[in-house]
Design a protein around this ligand. Structure first.
Ligand SMILES: C[S@@+](CC[C@H](N)C(=O)[O-])C[C@H]1O[C@@H](n2cnc3c(N)ncnc32)[C@H](O)[C@@H]1O
Length: 235
């Protein structure tokens, strides 16, 4: 499929649906874009999957990479799973996402051990038992109108003690309120002894410098952060 011009892709990615707390609204949006997600992300030079995968690989041994049981939370079309496979994670990898249209593309990639369609909210927790995974990763789904910060605790629940949650968050200006709530929640979870906040690093999430001037781009919006959280050893 031919790549759409950068402006067109920028227009739909950043022209997000109206502010609504109902997750179904943004999931419909993903359903509509599943078929073109991979080529659109290529147009934006989306780096978050590779950045998260390299960060995750730096945390574990070669042996653990072969055997670890992973969860790709908000797997989408599987770009994040592909990056983790390429980084050397060869064990079981589960995918969970709330969008049927995105998961359809993910399944075609043949990289996941199992694929689950599920909308994660604080009242609809992950459909896995406690301590199911050696690592959970979330590339881009802890974001406004997607997975709310009050679900981080459930992502920790399905991790084994001392295991890592690796996640990326965008720094776009419309993320300000979400980010305050996100980092407040991390502080709460750390203060409660449920996890340790290990690292937070800035990276170039998309290339927006060639988007045309009509969009009045703030180049600070190009960046994201990759975070490493470690579940505590006592639960
Ligand atoms: C920005 S995309 C990232 C997809 C993929 N990780 C990647 O890097 O290409 C966010 C994904 O999270 C999913 N998502 C958003 N809110 C969700 C929720 N509450 N529960 C489950 N999945 C959700 C969307 O369907 C979408 O596929």
């Amino acid at each position: 499929m031919a790549q759409k011009p950068l402006d067109e892709v920028y227009g739909w990615v950043f022209n997000i649906p109206p502010a609504e707390d109902n997750p179904t609204v943004s999931l419909n949006y993903y359903d509509e874009h599943g078929a073109t997600w991979d080529s659109d992300m290529k147009t934006l030079a989306y780096t978050a999957p590779e950045v998260a995968a390299q960060k995750a690989a730096s945390l574990v041994s070669q042996e653990q990479m072969k055997n670890f049981k992973l969860l790709d939370l908000g797997a989408g079309t599987g770009l994040s799973g592909v990056a983790f496979r390429s980084a050397g994670f060869l064990g079981n990898m589960s995918a969970l996402d709330g969008s049927e249209g995105m998961l359809k593309v993910a399944m075609e990639k043949g990289i996941y051990s199992d694929v689950t369609e599920h909308i994660l909210t604080s009242s609809n927790p992950l459909p896995y038992p406690d301590q199911s995974f050696d690592m959970v990763f979330n590339v881009g789904a802890f974001t406004i109108h997607n997975i709310e910060p009050d679900c981080i605790e459930d992502a920790l629940r399905v991790l084994k003690p001392n295991s890592y949650l690796v996640t990326t968050v965008r720094m776009h200006c419309y993320m300000q309120d979400y980010k305050i709530r996100f980092y407040d929640e991390l502080n709460r979870l750390e203060a409660a002894g449920l996890m340790k906040f290990c690292s937070r690093e800035k990276f170039l999430h998309y290339r927006l410098d060639e988007v045309s001037d009509e969009f009045e781009i703030n180049l600070a919006d190009q960046y994201g952060e990759v975070l490493v959280l470690q579940k505590s050893g006592i639960n």
